[in-house]
Design a protein around this ligand. Structure first.
Ligand SMILES: Cc1ncc(COP(=O)(O)O)c(C=O)c1O
Length: 430
């Protein structure tokens, strides 16, 4: 079978594996050859990096060294732009002076400073659960907690669009698991009904907002199911913590279901512009997680500077409610303009806007030209999403300006017509 040079690396790898190629040398050689071809043709967008760090505007350097001056960036998860906030930066600098750089060891071996403890206390108060455990990253929060919590006779049921860190945690747990159709409460209920008598406990794992599709979880309905079926709920608030709820307490808090959700996890690398993750829980789970979540037990803590950035970001969110408001205003403005132009945004609502472009070659060419016009975002393909559900994703920030949004939408409009992604009729009608 002839492989097109545009085939994304992950899809190509899946194809090679399906052809029985398992040897690491053979697989690596084929992938490397394919990768080099993509790099030389400017089709490998994933290796790009910025000259001056994450921002809404930056000079971007491609894998073969070309510079793209002053791009507008739509691929950063810094929803509130706090990574560039002067108060946050000042507090981080002061923390480095006072507490030094690395943390030295894991939390259980003395790696936590008073700053780390303050982060846990602040998060605990904000979310309103009995306790909070701080992990080194959001990824390892999920891996650690999800692998540690279920017992031998338990079942894990998770949404099919859950993040890799959740899937890895489930696999690492070694427990039985099944998935349910994305955001489909009927399918979830069928699974609960089928398995309710077979297991000691059932854990239902979802995200509050899904990073590939920008849609919110039907959490109220899932919580309602708890009255009929007994189960634990684990919610990953990676894409809602800091940007929904009072002072950014998250989507569970916004919906008033903090009590009903047993485990609320989130990352601190997105809205709070640092690194780290946490789980908010009843205090009784602490010793179990200390000693069964190996990413807690055996991994070094985040650094004092990271902790200072989290604390300062939370203080900024509290002191300046306009931050969250501006993010949602930007989201509505950009989303409505794109919808009026006829772009397919799926069922997204959160400040993640996917534009669906089912044909892979069109998606690649479209994104390549967009980048040449100074607009940088990443395309997402199978197997990360289903075949023919490829998309280009725009992550909004409170600090994107109206001018940047307008420039982006106008360019998308022009290219949308050129690549027949939208039709001129729809635009006239709008
Ligand atoms: C839903 C979800 N959970 C967890 C993570 C991992 O967070 P981090 O990259 O901060 O470790 C991500 C990261 O993109 C995510 O989208």
């Amino acid at each position: 079978m002839k492989i097109q040079v545009s085939t994304p690396i992950m899809s190509y790898m899946k194809l090679l594996e399906s052809q029985g190629i398992t040897d690491i040398e053979e697989l690596s050689d084929k992938l490397y050859e394919h990768y080099q071809q993509q790099v030389s043709l400017g089709l490998y967008s994933n290796g790009r990096y910025t000259e001056s760090g994450s921002n809404v505007k930056a000079t971007v350097i491609s894998t073969h060294g070309d510079k793209n001056e002053e791009c507008i960036l739509w691929c950063m998860n810094h929803y509130l732009g706090l990574n560039r906030n002067q108060n946050v930066i000042d507090k981080v600098c002061q923390a480095v002076q006072k507490y030094g750089t690395g943390s030295g060891t894991s939390a259980l071996s003395g790696g936590m400073s008073i700053l780390h403890k303050q982060v846990e206390q602040k998060l605990q108060k904000l979310i309103g659960k009995e306790s909070v455990l701080l992990f080194p990253t959001g990824f390892t929060t999920n891996i650690g907690c999800i692998s540690a919590l279920p017992g031998k006779k338990d079942l894990l049921i998770f949404d099919r669009e859950c993040h890799a860190s959740i899937i890895d945690g489930v696999k690492l747990s070694g427990r039985k698991w099944v998935t349910f159709k994305h955001n489909n409460v009927t399918d979830l209920e069928q699974k609960l009904n089928k398995y309710k008598n077979e297991y000691e406990n059932i854990f239902v794992i979802v995200e509050s907002a899904y990073s590939m599709s920008g849609d919110l979880s039907p959490l109220l309905e899932i919580v309602q199911l708890k009255q009929k079926y007994k189960f634990f709920i684990y919610v990953d608030e990676a894409h809602t913590f800091g940007i929904y709820g009072q002072n950014g307490a998250g989507y569970c808090s916004h919906l008033g279901i903090v009590e009903e959700v047993d485990f609320i996890a989130a990352t601190l690398s997105k809205a709070t512009a640092s690194i780290g993750g946490f789980v908010a829980i009843k205090s009784k789970y602490i010793p179990l997680l200390h000693w069964r979540a190996s990413t807690y037990t055996f991994q070094a803590c985040l650094t004092p500077a990271d902790a200072a950035a989290i604390l300062a970001s939370l203080e900024e969110i509290e002191a300046n409610p306009r931050l969250i408001e501006s993010l949602h205003e930007n989201n509505h403005y950009m989303r409505n303009r794109l919808k009026d132009l006829g772009f397919d945004l799926g069922i997204s609502v959160s400040p993640i806007i996917p534009i669906f472009i089912p044909d892979t070659d069109t998606l690649l060419a479209f994104n390549k030209e967009l980048y040449a016009r100074g607009i940088f975002s990443v395309s997402i393909f199978y197997p990360v999403v289903k075949p023919h559900e490829g998309r280009i994703r725009f992550i909004l920030s409170a600090v994107h300006t109206k001018e940047q949004i307008d420039t982006t939408v106008n360019t998308l409009h022009e290219l949308g017509l050129k690549y027949s992604i939208i039709s001129p009729q729809l635009i006239t009608a709008a």
